[in-house]
Design a protein around this ligand. Sequence first.
Ligand code: ADP
Ligand code: ADP
Length: 233
Amino acid sequence: MAVEAVDLVRTYDLGGVSVSALRGVSLTIAAGDYVAVVGPSGSGKSTLMHLLGGLDRPTSGRLVIGGRDVATLDAGELARLRNETIGFVFQSFHLLPRTSAVDNVALPLVYRGIGGRRRRELAAAMLGRVGLGHRLDHRPNQLSGGEQQRVAIARALVTDPVLLLADEPTGNLDSATGESVLTLLEELNADSGVALVLVTHDREVAGRAHRQVVMRDGAVVVPAAAEPGAETG
Ligand code: ADP
Ligand code: ADP
């Protein structure tokens, strides 16, 4: 099991005013799953992704990531869980601008005490898997947007995580490039068994996932309640 979430609540306190971003979300993500998270702006998708990624903690509820209950982890242990278990890909690529592709990808391995030469080997192999074996020493500004996102994907997967969280990963790409990046993510999900959780505004893209989690007002809309007239707030 990659993630088990039971009744997650996340409330923000804005100067005495309480804002409920999540109001009791339960969700199970199996190893190798491919889940699309959809819903309107403000429905809680980013908040949910932050919790699933160990970047934030729930106000209440139970959250188990890669077999670890986050409530039992201190900040250092949570950071380690993130590094070992979770890969992130964002809409903007978040690469170090003056650093080569191979060194960007090798970065997450630094925290594991793997030697520099071995890190470079692993990073180069991962760049080969995303089709960039010929771009190892290019810096981000020497790469196209699609290539930069492939570098970011390689960096997310070089640690062999259980869970890959992708928040609008094709949002900054033209449609043909976006399609090739999405296909790559799907291939990596199918081949490596990493669970893929994809936030998207694109219905057609969402339909390609094994399963859709539809968010509205901080809750998951259950399929039966999504029928017109079936919802009662
Ligand atoms: P989405 O990603 O679906 O657009 P978010 O998770 O960003 O939704 O936001 C859900 C709700 O929580 C919104 O009302 C948003 O304004 C609020 N929210 C999100 N993050 C914060 C924060 N750090 N502080 C206060 N309110 C927040
Ligand atoms: P995205 O475009 O990726 O959905 P958002 O605009 O929803 O991003 O949010 C960007 C960041 O700001 C997120 O980290 C989110 O948690 C935070 N955020 C969203 N709404 C609020 C808010 N009302 N107050 C403070 N932070 C917020």
